[in-house]
Design a protein around this ligand. Structure first.
Ligand code: 9MR
Length: 393
C-alpha cells in the first residue's frame, strides 16, 4: 500500500538497484539449475519454496481464497510450495457473521482443513480491523441502535467465539490490523472506526481477549508501510514506540507483522526494511512478513504484462530484497505472500492499471520473482541463521 511521493525514490538508486538484479533474475532458472515446475505432490520436491525454507526453520506462506483451494491445479501449487497459509478473507468478521448471531465458518473451515491435509500451519487474519465489518454492525453503530457499550461487548464476543473455535489450530493470529496513520509523525488514527468509538485501549483489550481464548497462539499486530516503505520511517517509529509501551504494560503481544505491499514506482530500501525488522525483534517480539507482493503498471488486468520493461527486473528485485532482509533476522519466523497467482490477486481490482504483483503469472506459471525467491532460500539454507523456536499449535 503506498502513500509516498514519487520523488522519494531516488532515481539513481532505484535504477542501480534494478540493474543490479536484472541479469540474475532472468538467468536464474536455467543457470542455477532450479527450473522446477510446482510439484503435484506436496512436500516431495526438495526445491519447493517450503522445502528450502524449512532448512532454516522458516515457514514460507501464501494467502488463499476459496478459488485457490477448489481449483485442483491451483491447489497443487498451494499445497506443494507453501508451509503456512492465511485466509485472504475467510476469517474476517464480515464473512464469519454475515447476519448477527448467524455464523458461516465454511471458508475458514475449508482453509484450516486444507492446511491440516497438507502439513501447513495457519495464520489467522484478522480480528480487529476497520474494514470488512458486517453491514449489520456498521449500520447499527451509525444509526445508534448499537451503543458503544454494546459494540465493545459484540467485539469481545466475536473474538472469543472465533479464537475459541480454532483454539489449538492457529499458529499466529493477526489480532489487530492497520491502526496507524500514513503521516509524519504517525500514530494511532483517532478517526479509525474502533478508536473513535471505543478509544485506543480497545487494541490491548483485544489482545487480552484473544489470549484468554487461545493462550497457545502467537498474537500479532499487523500493518503496512511499517518497515520503511513510507520513505521517512515515521510509521515504523510510531508502531515501534507503541509496541514498546504495550509490552511494558504486559499486553500479550508476541509478534509484529509487516505486510510488505510494495510498488515498483516508489522504490524500496532493503537496508531500512532489515533495520526495522531488527528493531522490532529487539523488543523480544517475533516478526513475520505477512502479505508480501510487488505491483507495477501493466497492459491490462487480464494479461498483466508490465508496461515498463524495467519492471520485470524491479519486481523480483524487491521481492528478493524483502526475503533477504527477512533471512538475516532469525526472529522472522514466516514469510507470506498475499496470494501466489496474478490471476486472483487483489491488486488489479484496487489499483487502476496495476498488477503483476505475485510470483506466478495469470496462467500459474512461475515468474522471475519465484526463481529469485527460490535462489535466495537455497542460499539462505547455507548461510542464514536458523529461526528462533516458537510455540506450535
Ligand atoms: O485480499 C483482500 C481482498 O480480497 C479484499 O477485497 C480486501 C478488502 O479490503 O482485503 C484484502 O486483504 C487485505 C488484508 O486483509 C489486510 N491488508 C491489506 C490487504 C489488501 O487489501
Amino acid at each position: 500500500m503506498r502513500r509516498r511521493s514519487l520523488l522519494a525514490m531516488g532515481a539513481a538508486g532505484g535504477a542501480a538497484a534494478v540493474l543490479g538484479t536484472g541479469a540474475s533474475a532472468l538467468a536464474s532458472p536455467a543457470a542455477a539449475g532450479l527450473a522446477v515446475r510446482p510439484s503435484a505432490n506436496p512436500g516431495t520436491s526438495p526445491t519447493s519454496l517450503r522445502a528450502l525454507a524449512a532448512k532454516i526453520g522458516l515457514r514460507f506462506g501464501t494467502a488463499l481464497i476459496p478459488q485457490d483451494i477448489e481449483t485442483p491445479a491451483w491447489a497443487a501449487i498451494a499445497a506443494s510450495q507453501f508451509s503456512v497459509v492465511t485466509p485472504g478473507n475467510g476469517m474476517k468478521w464480515q464473512i464469519v457473521e454475515p447476519t448477527q448471531g448467524v455464523y458461516d465458518w465454511s471458508q475458514a473451515d475449508q482453509l484450516v482443513a486444507f492446511a491440516r491435509a497438507n502439513g501447513q500451519l495457519v495464520r489467522g487474519h484478522t480480528l480487529l480491523w476497520h474494514n470488512q465489518l458486517p453491514t449489520w454492525l456498521t449500520t447499527g453503530v451509525a444509526n445508534g441502535t448499537i451503543t458503544n457499550a454494546q459494540l465493545k461487548q459484540l467485539l469481545h464476543n466475536h473474538i472469543q467465539v472465533e479464537v475459541s473455535r480454532y483454539r489449538g489450530r492457529i499458529w499466529q493470529w493477526d489480532v489487530a490490523n492497520e491502526f496507524f496513520l500514513d503521516a509524519n509523525p504517525s500514530g494511532i488514527d483517532p478517526n479509525n472506526f474502533w478508536i473513535s468509538h471505543l478509544g485506543p485501549d480497545i487494541i490491548p483489550q483485544a489482545f487480552r481477549w484473544a489470549h484468554a481464548a487461545d493462550p497457545g497462539a502467537l498474537l500479532f499486530y499487523n500493518d503496512y508501510n511499517i518497515t520503511g516503505e513510507d520513505g521517512t520511517n515515521a510509521k515504523s517509529d510510531a508502531v515501534y514506540a507503541w509496541l514498546k509501551q504495550m509490552l511494558s504494560e504486559g499486553v500479550p503481544i508476541m509478534g509484529v507483522g509487516s505486510q510488505g505491499h510494495l510498488d515498483t514506482q516508489y522504490g524500496f530500501s532493503p537496508q531500512l526494511f532489515q533495520q526495522d525488522l531488527e528493531r522490532y525483534a529487539s523488543l523480544g517480539l517475533k516478526v513475520a512478513i505477512t502479505e508480501a507482493d510487488v505491483r507495477t503498471f501493466v497492459n491490462n488486468a487480464t494479461d498483466q504484462v508490465p508496461t515498463d520493461h524495467l519492471a520485470v527486473f524491479a519486481q523480483p528485485y524487491e521481492f528478493s530484497g524483502m526475503l533477504k532482509a527477512a533471512l538475516a533476522v532469525p526472529q522472522v519466523i514466516s514469510f507470506t505472500i498475499w496470494g501466489f497467482t496474478d490471476a486472483d490477486s487483489w491488486v488489479p481490482g484496487t489499483f487502476a492499471g496495476e498488477g503483476y504483483a505475485t510470483i506466478y503469472d495469470v496462467n500459474q506459471q512461475p515468474k522471475p520473482a519465484y526463481y529469485e525467491l527460490q535462489a535466495d532460500l537455497e542460499l539462505g539454507a547455507f548461510g542464514a541463521p536458523r529461526r528462533v523456536p516458537t510455540p506450535m499449535p
